[in-house]
Design a protein around this ligand. Structure first.
Ligand code: GAF
Length: 398
């Protein structure tokens, strides 16, 4: 099985910080990438989602500065970007540094009223969340730094403020009208659990999810078809959902029932109707998945994963042939269920697989990709992991 190429750690972030800035950091913080078990594009429809944080994380070593300058560097970039903290705005940042600088700006925005101790900072990032794979590498970066700045600037932001800041950073910097799924998963997930989120109330409940305890592996199949939410497909889906909600006379598609949607079929454009059908059914699938996890455990949810994929392929139309191949072949070679995960138009699929069948499923998917002329997929198993945290015990100076 191919693993993600880099293996980052807190030590990498600290070493990079020392080499880049020639001093010790004040601490190391980290936040994970995520897969979404089920509930796709439901977040901005005030609906339900069920993400799982993965063990691939972004670590950031951060040190306060006496002045008001921000310097950011990363193991994945050659440049050190420097800006006065007061000059950072959504329009003054670009390239990879837009993510950390935009996050600093957003944290200040959210904290504005009680921002007592905003100072300059140096930050060095090391990450093993694959980029562009639909596993929320940008949320991992935003959430790790937001946690760090909340501590460093003594803001003590609560969960709601951290979510607001990281979501604002993503929307403003990335320029895509995304929902709260990725940042919530990266901030608040618990090891050994999926996170059941009601995106209207933003209430969150960890649901025990232990594939390993049931003899199963959660396999990620990164198709390596890169996706970008700013490309237009994501915003177009959101616009269709809003159009459907308005035609149905509801605040959001969360409030639409299958019967009301069916009754409105003639009033809705055919495509808009299908988009809405995905959302209404997907919300119910999230609730059904949570109920099954509570009563029967992960072995019971395979069918729902497959139904979700079919709905995204046929009704919401956000899959691509590589994702469909990954799902079909995974299930054809023994997976209990599989589906594309995340925003779509590329990225990764997940599959729930008996431990003893993982190698067979990986071989079958890899062969099918080769036979169809696709680039080889990257495959790895993931465990439900912990959300953003301060990593204790910065390695001692050498
Ligand atoms: C992306 C977005 F960032 C999320 O908000 C969510 O809409 C997801 O696509 C689809 O479920 O990850």
């Amino acid at each position: 099985m191919t693993l993600p190429t880099s293996h980052a750690s807190a030590e990498h972030a600290v070493d990079g910080f020392r080499q880049t800035f020639g001093r010790e950091p004040d601490g190391v913080w980290s936040a994970p990438g995520r897969v979404n078990l089920i509930g796709e594009h439901t977040d901005y429809n005030d609906g339900f989602v069920l993400p799982v944080a993965i063990e691939q994380r972004t670590w950031v070593a951060v040190g306060r500065r006496a002045d008001r300058v921000a310097r950011v560097a990363s193991a994945a970039a050659d440049d050190v970007v420097e800006r006065p903290v007061d000059a950072i705005s959504p329009t003054s940042v670009s390239g990879w540094s837009a993510y950390p600088l935009g996050t600093a700006w957003a944290v200040e925005e959210v904290a504005a009223e009680d921002s007592v101790d905003v100072c300059g900072f140096d930050a060095y990032f090391a990450s093993d969340v694959p980029l562009g794979a639909g596993l929320s590498s940008s949320a991992a970066l935003e959430c790790s730094l937001a946690r760090a700045l909340s501590d460093l600037w003594r803001l003590d932001l609560d969960g709601e403020e951290l979510l607001r800041a990281t979501h604002l950073a993503e929307n403003v910097i990335v320029g895509a009208p995304t929902g709260i799924l990725d940042q919530s998963a990266s901030l608040f997930s618990r090891e050994g659990h999926a996170l059941f989120i009601d995106c209207r109330s933003t209430s969150m409940e960890p649901i025990p999810f232990d594939p390993a305890g049931a003899g199963l592996s959660l396999l990620v199949i990164d198709t390596r078809v890169t996706h970008a939410h700013a490309d237009g497909g994501y915003a177009a889906r959101r616009a269709s959902c809003e159009q459907a909600a308005s035609a149905l006379g509801v605040a959001a598609l969360r409030d639409a029932t299958p019967a009301a949607l069916e009754a409105a079929r003639d009033r809705l454009d055919e495509v808009v109707h299908r988009r809405a059908r995905h959302i209404v059914a997907e919300n119910q699938r999230v609730l059904d998945t949570v109920a099954l996890l509570r009563t029967e455990g992960p072995r019971a949810i395979g069918r729902l994963l497959l139904e979700s994929h079919a709905s995204m392929r046929d009704d919401f139309e956000i899959s691509v042939p590589e994702l469909d191949t990954a799902v079909e072949v995974a299930v054809g070679s023994g997976a209990l269920g599989a589906r594309m995960t995340g925003g779509g138009f590329g990225g990764s699929a997940i599959a729930l697989v008996e431990d003893g069948l993982v190698a067979d499923v990986v071989a079958a998917v890899t062969d099918a990709f080769a036979a169809r002329g696709y680039a080889p997929p990257v495959t790895f198993t993931v465990r439900p992991s912990q959300g953003a945290r301060r990593d204790e015990g910065v390695p001692a100076a050498r």
